[in-house]
Design a protein around this ligand. Structure first.
Ligand SMILES: Cc1cc2nc3c(=O)[nH]c(=O)nc-3n(C[C@H](O)[C@H](O)[C@H](O)COP(=O)(O)OP(=O)(O)OC[C@H]3O[C@@H](n4cnc5c(N)ncnc54)[C@H](O)[C@@H]3O)c2cc1C
Length: 210
């Protein structure tokens, strides 16, 4: 629990700072819960990095320096129809945004296109299935790129023009959010521009470091 309340907008991120002198020990992580919660939550895909080891080693009551809130790729209530094009752990800010929409009872029409290598790699699966089943305005498409998914609810293949335009025929009315590694963000941005989305309706956040 932070010492004082951390105000943030859904879609924003923070910096976890373990050592001001060593940049490898300080990383950006997105908020993965709505701003209405009593606590703040972020989610790290753990690796063998020193930073991951530091996170794993934290005990209850340990103190960590956080810098927040950062980033301008945020959801605004005036957006009536939105779509997310997301890869891997880029799902974290989407959870914050969808939680916000659900907890506030907004009617925002949200379609999520979520790409992973395999069905086992899908993070927040339970939470997303629940959000979808409890909110008619939230739709989730799971895409698996590496091998035929065992799960019948997942689609095989990458997010491409055909898939996007057939599953979200009103795409020109939507504000697009793209979260993921820089190469994925670039590719998705290209698709959005190709199908005729307006530049101002495409919001991106590069998860540099993946
Ligand atoms: C806005 C933003 C939000 C993010 N949100 C999340 C999140 O919610 N959850 C999450 O898990 N991660 C998130 N990331 C990525 C996160 O900051 C880390 O970079 C990532 O988790 C890898 O950390 P690691 O310690 O495991 O990296 P490592 O295992 O040390 O590195 C992974 C790979 O990335 C390379 N790399 C590491 N840092 C950089 C860098 N700064 N520039 C270029 N290449 C680099 C390494 O060489 C290695 O190949 C976010 C990044 C940004 C910028």
């Amino acid at each position: 629990m932070p010492e004082k309340r951390v105000n943030f907008l859904p879609g924003q991120f923070l910096e976890v700072i373990f050592d001001l002198q060593n940049k490898d020990l300080n990383k950006y992580l997105s908020f993965s819960s709505s701003p209405f919660k009593e606590y703040i939550e972020f989610t790290k895909r753990l690796s063998s990095s020193l930073f991951s080891e530091k996170l794993k080693g934290l005990q209850v009551n340990d103190e960590v320096l956080l810098k927040a809130a950062l980033g301008s790729c945020v959801f605004k209530e005036e957006y009536k129809k939105i779509a997310f094009l997301v890869g891997g752990i880029g799902i974290t800010p989407v959870i914050s945004i969808l939680d916000y929409i659900a907890e506030k009872g907004l009617k925002t029409d949200a379609s999520l296109f979520y790409s992973n290598r395999t069905d086992e790699d899908i993070a927040f699966r339970k939470e997303l299935d629940l959000l979808q089943s409890q909110n008619n305005n939230i739709k989730v498409f799971y895409l698996v790129t590496e091998c035929q998914p065992r799960d019948k609810k997942c689609f095989f293949g990458r997010i491409d023009k055909d898939f996007l335009t057939s599953q979200a025929q009103d795409y020109k009315e939507r504000v697009f959010f793209i979260f993921g590694p820089p190469k994925m963000v670039e590719a998705m941005q290209g698709i959005c521009l190709d199908i005729g989305c307006k530049k101002e309706n495409i919001k991106t956040e590069n998860f540099i470091g993946y």
